[in-house]
Ligand binder design. Structure first.
Ligand SMILES: Nc1ncnc2c1ncn2[C@@H]1O[C@H](COP(=O)(O)OP(=O)(O)OP(=O)(O)O)[C@@H](O)[C@H]1O
Ligand SMILES: [Mg+2]
Length: 256
């Protein structure tokens, strides 16, 4: 069975990097993976080495959203709450490798709490009813913070990965996300501490455990990863053995 995994956390904590490195682990183990970019400021394509021009977010395709939702674009106008979107993975996913593809979905900026517009209905339908290949796993690269949870794009996950970077603000965001987990039908949540320098790990672990949080997976700070972003290079072929072992152990613990 394919897995349904989402990656959440504070802005800049490393969600996109982790999503790509997780796709590498899963595909390296022979699994098919669909990466879904749900960020209103999407950059998953860049991290995968896919030209941005071939991965423009579906939610920004006005004609497509209008066609599927029946919306005329009039503010307050009628639209279909549950649009048909089941064909869109087949028509719009961009292939990255034999086993990995990207679906650039995007999100509406400043949608605000409780906003329910045609674009939101479109994204929600798309994410909830992703039509996957047999045994294909899906990784949702979420928007920073809590926004994606309010939009209910993340129900019924097998695993929610919350990325923390060394810093209490990022830990606070993780705690807020974790509080929302019970309502969302998420079966498992795990913490990834990212950008850690070895000297800081004991302190971070201490702070986390004082808050009742565990350090499940570690992705060390890497000049190479930072440089790749600086130079606009993809991260798909980057290897961190500790991260990969941590990720595989976590998946194994879930019975995968
Ligand atoms: N382990 C790491 N070592 C060094 N730099 C890292 C590491 N992980 C991520 N980065 C860098 O941190 C920055 C943010 O990473 P990334 O884009 O993955 O975060 P994000 O959480 O997806 O951000 P956003 O909230 O904007 O979507 C990038 O410049 C990336 O290269
Ligand atoms: Mg990101």
């Amino acid at each position: 069975m394919g897995l349904r995994i989402a990656v959440a956390g504070k802005g800049g904590s490393g969600k996109t990097t982790v999503s790509v490195l997780l796709a590498k682990v899963l595909s390296g183990d022979g699994r098919k993976v669909l990466l879904v970019d749900l960020d209103s400021d999407p950059n998953l394509a860049n991290a995968l080495g896919i030209p941005a021009a071939s991965a423009s977010p579906l939610v920004h395709r006005k004609e497509l959203v209008a066609e599927r939702t029946g919306s005329t674009g009039e503010p307050g106008g009628m639209f279909i709450l549950n649009p048909k979107v089941s064909d869109l993975v087949g028509t719009h996913a961009v292939r990255c490798t034999d086993r990995v593809a990207l679906l650039p979905v995007g999100a509406i900026e400043n949608a605000g709490e409780g906003c329910y517009c045609p674009q939101t209905a479109f994204v929600r339908a798309l994410v909830r009813r992703l039509v996957l290949e047999k045994d294909e796993s899906v990784i949702l690269d979420l928007e920073a913070g809590l926004e994606a949870f309010g939009r209910s794009a993340v129900e019924g996950l097998d695993l929610l990965l919350i990325v923390i970077e060394p810093g209490m603000r990022s830990v606070d965001t993780a705690k807020r996300i974790l509080r929302m987990v019970p309502e969302l039908g998420i079966r498992n949540a795990r913490i990834i501490v990212n950008k850690v320098r070895p000297a800081n790990l004991p302190t971070l672990r201490r702070h986390l455990s004082a808050d009742g949080l565990s350090t499940d997976i570690v992705l060390a700070y890497s000049d190479e990863l930072a440089l790749r972003d600086l130079e606009g290079r993809p991260v798909f072929d980057y290897t961190d053995p500790e991260f990969e072992t941590g990720m595989r152990t976590t998946l194994c613990d879930l019975g995968e």
